[in-house]
Design a binder for this molecule. Structure first.
Ligand code: NAG
Ligand code: NAG
Length: 310
């Protein structure tokens, strides 16, 4: 009897010690992870985790994600699904003639040989992520409904993009921000929202950067969202806007940047180094031209963090 009791007591003590050790290990692992405050119910970007788990990228570095652009035809989406990129970007608008349904096209085109419906049918067979770029509000609601129908078949990350605020040099009219967020935010709980400013860039002038007012306005639009948000920002306007984006990224760990370039923008990739060196590598995607990316990656400062430099 007594011996048996002793055995039970020993077992209990043993179990407690094991529990304590496991708890300690879990706490230790957690404290190693980047810790910044996340609001309840909100989610940081899972895009990198997805590609890491697949073994497609090796480290938490968003610069290793590659993009296919304007996969707006049968031929191009076929090519995109077979090449070495991880994310496929395409433009969605409502067809200019009947039947008016969401198609894959970039203005000024108003027709396409592929509808969003058929495009999604092709994408569900793939492990790649997608970024749908909306140029007008009228296609958004129907597109989100189509997306909903295949949501559980889609394997990769889904990004929903639109310019919703006027930005530096922007001439185009942004999509109505409230209208867009209403159409998208409720339907896109696990998606990454890619929310940008209209922009312009001209050669041989001092192009203005993103102002404090612009980033503050964006933060006000995004702070109540629960989704991860990436801000598409124009590479050639970034050297003038470093403190503004440093501030913006500090407002939530749901926020990332996606640096893109206009085809004919003159870009000095060295101007992107301050971003690379002082922001976590998991928080800046680079959607640049191939030669720009390789030049950027070959800069001595590319692999160095600010800490290592000083
Ligand atoms: C679509 O584009 C074509 C060619 O540019 C043009 O002729 C046509 O009027 C446009 N249709 C609509 C409905 O905008
Ligand atoms: C965000 O939430 C706060 C508090 O609920 C509210 O006062 C504010 O108007 C909301 N902002 C937006 C842009 O919806």
């Amino acid at each position: 009897m007594g011996l048996k009791k002793l055995g039970v007591r020993r077992f209990c003590v043993f179990a407690l010690v094991i529990a304590a050790v496991v708890t300690w290990i879990i706490c230790f692992i957690k404290s190693e992870a980047p810790s910044s405050v996340t609001a309840v119910g909100s989610m940081p970007d899972q895009t990198l985790d997805y590609f890491l788990k697949k073994g497609i990228i090796k480290v938490h570095d968003a610069a290793d994600i590659q993009w296919y652009h304007a996969a707006n035809s049968k031929h191009k989406i076929t090519e995109a699904l077979q090449d070495s990129t991880q994310m496929i970007e395409a433009d969605v608008l409502l067809r200019g003639r009947d039947p008016k349904e969401p198609i894959m096209a970039h203005p000024p085109d108003n027709d396409s040989d592929i509808t969003l419906r058929d495009w999604l049918k092709m994408v569900v067979n793939s492990d790649k992520g997608i970024k749908l770029d909306f140029k007008s509000l009228e296609a958004v609601e129907e597109s989100m409904a189509l997306l909903d129908k295949v949501r559980y078949q889609l394997k990769g990350p889904v990004w929903i993009n639109a310019d919703i605020l006027p930005g530096p040099g922007g001439m185009a009219t942004p999509l109505d921000a409230q209208g867009f967020l209403q159409a998208v935010a409720m339907k896109a709980e696990g998606d990454v929202l890619s929310l940008g400013w209209t922009t312009g860039w001209s050669p041989n002038i001092d192009n203005p950067g993103y102002s404090w007012e612009m980033v503050q306005q964006m933060e006000a639009m995004c702070k109540n969202l629960t989704q991860p948000v990436t801000f598409p920002v124009r590479a050639a306007l970034l050297s003038q806007s470093f403190v503004q984006f440093q501030w913006l990224l500090q407002q939530s760990d749901r926020y990332t940047l996606t640096i893109w370039t206009g085809q004919s923008d003159v870009l000095n990739v060295e101007h992107l180094l301050p971003y690379r060196q002082s922001v976590s590598k998991s928080r800046i995607y680079y959607d640049l031209l191939e030669n720009q990316i390789s030049k950027f990656k070959s800069l001595p400062g590319y692999t160095m963090s600010q800490l290592e430099q000083s």
